[in-house]
Design a protein around this ligand. Structure first.
Ligand code: HEC
Length: 151
């Protein structure tokens, strides 16, 4: 076999190997044709399901709490651009993306903020805020997170 051809075969093999690993690590095994990693979200448990935001306009209050409690992982703009957030496995995702915003309801966001990583994929390092933030502060955060949706 010519060295150049051999290299090509090797690279193709490595690419297939890494594609297979990537698919497995986010739980989407068998979906190696997908280009972007598939985000698998758990469904909202009965205790939180269908809860609606009593203060959907509390965006400014939510922003204050977000800046003090969330940006270390989710980044100043909530788009996941933080060294800590990116180093976590799974990473702290982009809360501004249409993909996230269109996939979830407010009950999901409130549940996440309340229980933290327990609502996320295995290994999530998100902090639970059940004890450190009042219920009204958590709903204000939901309002703020909603306001982050890219126009
Ligand atoms: C210690 C780091 C950390 C902090 C602090 C943190 N998060 Fe997270 N967050 C994560 C990680 C990691 C994920 C992705 C895994 C998961 O869904 O649990 C995440 C996921 C989320 C999700 C779900 C995203 C999705 O795609 O399903 C929401 C909503 C969220 N965070 C909101 C917040 C809010 C609001 C705060 C502040 C009150 C906050 N987070 C604070 C690490 C953090």
């Amino acid at each position: 076999m010519k060295p150049k051809l051999m290299m090509t075969v090797l690279l193709a093999g490595m690419a297939a190997f890494f594609a297979a690993c990537g698919g497995g690590s986010n739980g989407a095994a068998g979906n190696s044709t997908a280009k972007a990693p598939v985000v698998l979200r758990k469904s909202v448990p009965a205790e939180f399901k269908d809860k609606t935001n009593p203060t959907p306009d509390a965006v400014a209050d939510g922003e204050k709490v977000f800046k003090s409690q969330c940006i270390s992982c989710h980044g100043d703009k909530g788009d996941g651009d933080s060294a800590i957030g990116k180093a976590l496995k799974p990473p702290a995702g982009d809360l501004t993306s249409a993909e996230f915003q269109n996939s979830v309801n407010d009950d999901y966001i409130f549940w996440h903020i309340t229980v933290g990583g327990a609502a996320g994929p295995e290994g999530s390092g998100m902090t639970p805020f059940k004890d450190s933030l009042k219920e009204e502060q958590r709903w204000a955060l939901v309002a703020y997170v909603r306001s982050l949706k890219k126009k």
